[in-house]
Design a protein around this ligand. Structure first.
Ligand SMILES: Nc1ncnc2c1ncn2[C@@H]1O[C@H](COP(=O)(O)OP(=O)(O)OP(=O)(O)O)[C@@H](O)[C@H]1O
Ligand SMILES: [Mg+2]
Length: 353
């Protein structure tokens, strides 16, 4: 059982990549006032985030703009040092530095960005991008014939067929969806176990979003990849992800299987998100962005004490203003970080609204 990829055993529940109590604070550039007050301010971008990505599973990370989703992805990709916590790959805590250890990590954990146009070099062809990725990761094969076969296999895997039709194209000769498929093929060239997809379809034309999501789902099943799917759009999480995690102001506030989280949201913030994106057919519709009901997300420089959602929460109680709610387990492996589910406390009747 020491091999990295057991062949026949079904390991759909295997945890590949894990964040344990991961925290990231960014220093804010100090102003003259800060210097006088001897103040060092930080953006609390991510606080105490724990999550598990499993083989053959899509995990959605949903939340408003600025809630820290991309920061979580970058931390999982080891692009930033952590302020606290740890990242575990295959059960071992890893701190990929630079150079060789970082390359070894990147071989396993690949990041896909929102804008495929920005992530592909406009002066190079598809062949160049994919060949380079195969070479960097030592997967080009020996000799020209093997390289051609590997290039063709990559394009087929992302359903750009016949491959010959795409290899010599430049990014501007492709549609947005095709470009994103090339970016995915390039990520696959590393032979990764994990794909971190940061809003992979939000820049794409509505009509081709589903196709790209279906491709990711196909890759999850065929290659048994662990996929983190970052999105603003909780309706698409229901459609596409097995597990959904909801993030608010740097913290994960609810998690569980996508169907229950989206159909029976427990946390008042998740309820607000759902209420503002009521149509499951919306995956083919507009963004949920900027439509998240009343109130504004809080400042992450001085986040509210207690539950960060309390200033916007219609059900806030006195303790929510001062005490940070831990995770409370609900039925079926779900949980919510909300005092409403504190069964040890008196029934939540004395709501002060
Ligand atoms: N390098 C950085 N330096 C300082 N602050 C940062 C940095 N990166 C992110 N932040 C801050 O951290 C917070 C979380 O940002 P992040 O990009 O992770 O959010 P997000 O959920 O991905 O938002 P969006 O949906 O708009 O992509 C924001 O307040 C952002 O301004
Ligand atoms: Mg982002």
């Amino acid at each position: 059982m020491t091999t990295e990829q057991p062949k026949d055993v079904r390991t759909a529940t295997d945890v590949v990549l894990e964040a344990r109590s991961v925290t990231k604070h960014f220093p804010v550039r100090r102003t003259g006032k800060d210097l006088l007050a001897r103040r060092r301010r930080t953006v609390h971008a991510v606080d105490d985030v724990s999550l598990e990505l499993r083989r053959g599973t899509v995990t959605a990370l949903v939340g408003e703009s600025g809630s820290g989703k991309s920061t979580v992805a970058r931390l999982l990709a080891q692009l930033y040092p952590l302020t606290a916590g740890e990242i575990r790959l295959g059960g071992t805590a890893v701190k990929a530095g630079r150079g060789r250890s970082f390359r070894a990590y990147v071989r396993q954990v690949q990041l896909i960005f929102q804008d495929p146009f920005a992530s592909l070099n406009p002066v190079h062809t598809v062949r160049y991008h994919l060949t380079r990725a195969l070479r960097i990761h030592g997967r080009a094969g020996s000799g020209a014939t093997e390289l051609e076969a590997n290039l063709a296999a990559l394009l087929e895997r992302v359903q750009l067929t016949p491959p010959g039709q795409y290899l010599e194209k430049f990014p501007h000769e492709l549609s947005g969806g095709q470009r994103q498929r090339v970016a995915i093929a390039r990520a696959l060239a590393a032979g990764p176990q994990v794909l971190l997809a940061d809003e992979p379809v939000s820049m794409l034309d509505v009509s081709i979003r589903l196709g790209v999501l279906n491709l990711l789902r196909d890759l999850k099943e065929r290659l048994r990849l662990a996929i983190l799917y970052i999105t603003h759009d909780i309706a698409s999480a229901r459609y596409f992800a097995d597990t959904t995690l909801v993030m608010y102001a740097g913290r994960i506030v609810e998690g569980g299987d996508s169907e229950s989280v989206t159909q029976h949201p427990a946390h008042p913030y998740t309820q607000l998100l759902i209420a503002s994106a009521p149509d499951p057919g919306r995956i083919a519709g507009q963004e949920a962005r900027e439509e998240t009901g009343s109130g504004e997300p809080p400042s992450l420089i001085a986040p509210p004490p207690g539950c960060r959602f309390h200033p916007r929460c219609p059900q806030a109680m006195e303790r929510c203003r001062t005490e940070l709610p831990p995770r409370f387990d609900l039925a079926g492996g779900r949980w919510a970080a909300c005092w409403l589910y504190d069964t040890a406390a008196a029934p939540a009747k004395e709501e002060t609204k």
